[in-house]
Design a protein around this ligand. Structure first.
Ligand code: DGI
Ligand code: FE
Ligand code: FE
Length: 408
């Protein structure tokens, strides 16, 4: 059987920018990799705090930036290991008789590779891959010389067909303006940077929205809302990183009308309600929120966001990922006081920690069912009617979970 071709791409990734993404794509394509592992390096604490991004932020930004490249995974092995991120240790840990390892190094690094700790051992563990810079012909001669030297020592070195873009993370960090920043990093990463006020950024569309939402509700409801934002982000990063920014916005807005007079809103927006809706007034705020958002926050009234908010209380058969993310985040956010919330949260986060997105999605489906089960027993205890959608959501999920387990 052919050996698995595993690519390793390490770096600080503070932040991961478009140059990194292009390099990763070229690496994958040119070396015909079966799998690519992106490994953010550990940084000593004084360096981390200097630029405002924590190791978790760097991991999260990588999850978001590289999530569109198939078979690409983000590893926290160097951050977890701590200390100096020695490449030979990382490669040694990943080496396996059934795997060929390809290691991507920066153009400049190839010139100084013989200063790396145990570099000859590295040569025995991996094929070294590098790409040329866009405009750097004078370096070419030096690089060729170095490559020749390394090859004499038994190194396997491959130049990949890709022109490296000149983008420096240091320069990117100095841009606090969203429009400028989005030239160098993808929109999703840009949104993460603003949402977490990294690299001296402040304000941004989400912060503005958050201040308005705060005005519309009690402190207690807003605390819950922020809890849902954090949980929704965490879930999105595990199941579908490109949904992270949308998940945060859904969470911020999901209960905007919860403390308003529902029947008044139903009238004002001329909502047509089902009998179930009428029998379950606690579920109305999910419907009125959608109309309220269209009226007051049209910029955020995107159909996926509205759909997730509409289904956040009762659920709906065939919910999309964003719907499930909000549904479960609402249930498990850290300010919830009931025991079931904690249990479901812990179980889910345990699966996320294993880092497999398919398992994480499966765990999310199970979490939706468990949340519904808890709601059902709560409603029963209080003698309240169950909305038909709640029953249907449960049924549809159980069916799809069964189908999946039969498929595997
Ligand atoms: O708005 P939150 O409190 O954050 O949470 P939520 O939107 O899930 O709303 C919870 C309330 O909705 C709680 O009082 C139970 C109620 N609820 C949820 N599903 C149903 C329901 N009420 C009825 N009658 N039927 C349901 O299916
Ligand atoms: Fe709600
Ligand atoms: Fe809520």
């Amino acid at each position: 059987m052919a050996k698995k071709r595993l690519g390793i791409y390490g770096g600080t990734f503070s932040p991961p920018h478009k140059g990194h993404i292009e390099a990763a794509e070229a690496f994958m394509r040119e070396m015909k990799l079966d799998e690519l592992l992106i490994i953010p390096t550990f940084l000593p604490p004084h360096k981390e705090s200097g630029d405002g991004a924590t190791p978790i932020d760097r991991l999260n930004m990588c999850r978001i930036a590289f999530s569109h490249i198939p078979n690409t995974y983000i590893s926290d092995m160097e951050i977890k290991r701590g200390g100096k991120s020695y490449t030979y240790l990382t490669l040694e840990e990943l080496s396996h008789p059934d795997t060929d390892i390809f290691f991507l190094v920066g153009t400049d690094m190839i010139l100084t590779f013989d200063l790396w700790k145990r570099y000859e051992y590295i040569f025995s563990l991996a094929t070294i891959c590098y790409a040329r810079r866009e405009s750097d012909s004078e370096n070419d001669v030096k690089i060729d010389e170095k490559v020749g030297q390394y090859e004499k020592l038994g190194a396997k070195i491959v130049k990949i067909n890709h022109k490296v873009h000149e983008i420096s993370s240091t320069d990117v960090r100095s841009l606090a303006d969203a429009r400028e920043l989005s030239i160098y990093v993808t929109r999703d990463v840009c949104e993460y940077i603003f949402a977490h006020s990294l690299y001296g950024t402040s304000g941004g569309a989400e912060k503005e929205l958050s201040e308005k939402v705060m005005e519309l509700m009690s402190e207690r409801r807003f605390t819950h809302t922020l809890g849902v934002v954090a949980a929704a982000e965490k879930i999105a990063l595990a199941v579908c990183p490109s949904l992270t920014a949308k998940a945060r916005i859904c969470a911020l807005l999901h209960d905007v009308t919860k403390e308003m007079k529902q029947w008044e809103l139903v009238g004002r927006y001329s909502l047509s309600l089902s009998d179930d809706d009428r029998m379950s007034p606690e579920t109305l705020h999910a419907l009125t929120a959608c109309s309220y958002i269209r009226e007051h926050f049209p910029k955020f009234a995107d159909s996926e966001i509205l759909s997730a908010i509409r289904t956040h209380t009762t659920g709906s058969p065939n919910m999309g990922l964003l719907n499930k993310i909000l549904f479960v985040a609402d249930f498990i956010e850290e300010n919830r006081r009931y025991e079931a919330s904690k249990e479901i949260r812990e179980e889910l986060y345990l699966t996320f920690a294993r880092g497999n997105s398919q398992d994480s999605r499966h765990a999310l489906d199970l979490a939706v069912v468990s949340s519904i089960d808890r709601t059902l027993s709560h409603l029963k205890a209080y003698g309240k009617p169950v909305h038909t959608l709640t029953h249907k959501t449960r049924e549809s999920l159980i069916n799809s979970i069964e189908k999946q387990s039969r498929g595997n």
